[in-house]
Design a binder for this molecule. Sequence first.
Ligand SMILES: *Cc1c(COP(=O)(O)O)cnc(C)c1O
Length: 400
Amino acid sequence: MSKQDSRPAGFRTRAVHAGHGLDPVTGAHAVPIYATSTFGYGNAERGARLFAGEEQGYFYSRLSNPTVRAFEEKVASLEGAEDAVAFGSGMGAASAIALTLLTSGDEVAFVGPLYGGTEGLLRDILGRFGVTVREAGDLEELREVVSERTRLVWLETPTNPTLKIVDLHAASEVARAAGALVVVDNTFSTPYLTRPLEHGADLVMHSATKYLGGHGDVIAGVVAGRAELISELRLHGLRHVGSVLGPFEAYLLLRGLKTLPLRMEAHCANAAALTEALQGHPALGALHYPGLPTHPGHEVAARQMRAFGGLLSLDLGSVEAAFAFLDGLRLFTQAVSLGDVESLSCHPGSTTHHLLGEETLERQGVTPGLVRLSVGIEDAGDLIEDVLGALERVPVAAGR
Ligand SMILES: *Cc1c(COP(=O)(O)O)cnc(C)c1O
């Protein structure tokens, strides 16, 4: 499906076909793994033209590789973007954005909580180079912290692990008014559920490790957006920083993306069924899922998401109760990461978020009893039985 003949095809069709056709040399139906570091350019004249950017072509796999390129084009198509660039991890993508677009004296504003690694990158690393971070808790606070010094507004929705919903359209307007670019980390929603560029974002990034790959067998990242921004990221953030995606990983991602819509439907349906089964359970202090009408972001989520996602979090009141619950699960593997076909469970306060410190955790609502569930695509009945069984091991706190 080349750019020229792309009639607007549906999302599922693009997930299967976009970014590649038959291999031009052999007719191979699956995209070949081009395991090569360098590409002969044939003659010195052509080499000079390639390096001058006067001719498009492959010459070194740190900048571009045919298998990786097919993955980039598929993601660009799914996000409705002009172009995309792949990285060796989600953090590789985030650092490429930060190191390409930020300079000393700039400010980055975000609606917290952000993914722990992203916050660490912005505060601890960019902070040493004169970049200042301004945290907001919601849209109102974002309006207050954004100024003419704000270069980037960094957003995630739903947020990790509290599943707060950020209104992308409204937040993008706040950023635009200040002349800032909007970066949306779309890892939790995927382009099947939300396409941030349609809501005013300038760049959308992913930890492709999660739902895009979907099978828990690859670490990868990708950024999509306007061609001019993506080529800046490729020339600086990729070429000079070097978090490169390998062709084998790109092959796995291409394979995973073909079933993204089918997997997301199953993840969302299972998460909704599990939420329904858990409502009102006496061991639960709180249940965070944007599909619940009582969730504070429910209306915005219903507007900007196709369905409510595959993640939910439960508050069990204490670390002890959370650990007892986690240790009682059989199908939900205790592991960080999310978005795999397998169900996963974790205690953010002591794992993914423990570096943030008590004060930040409390401010961001990452309570000691909070457990995050990444609901897989297994049978809903089995998942419900597993979770209800594990809840039986949780002592019901006095007075609840
Ligand atoms: C996992 C994750 C990242 C980091 O991605 P890696 O592929 O692990 O480097 C960034 N943002 C979000 C929301 C994530 O869940």
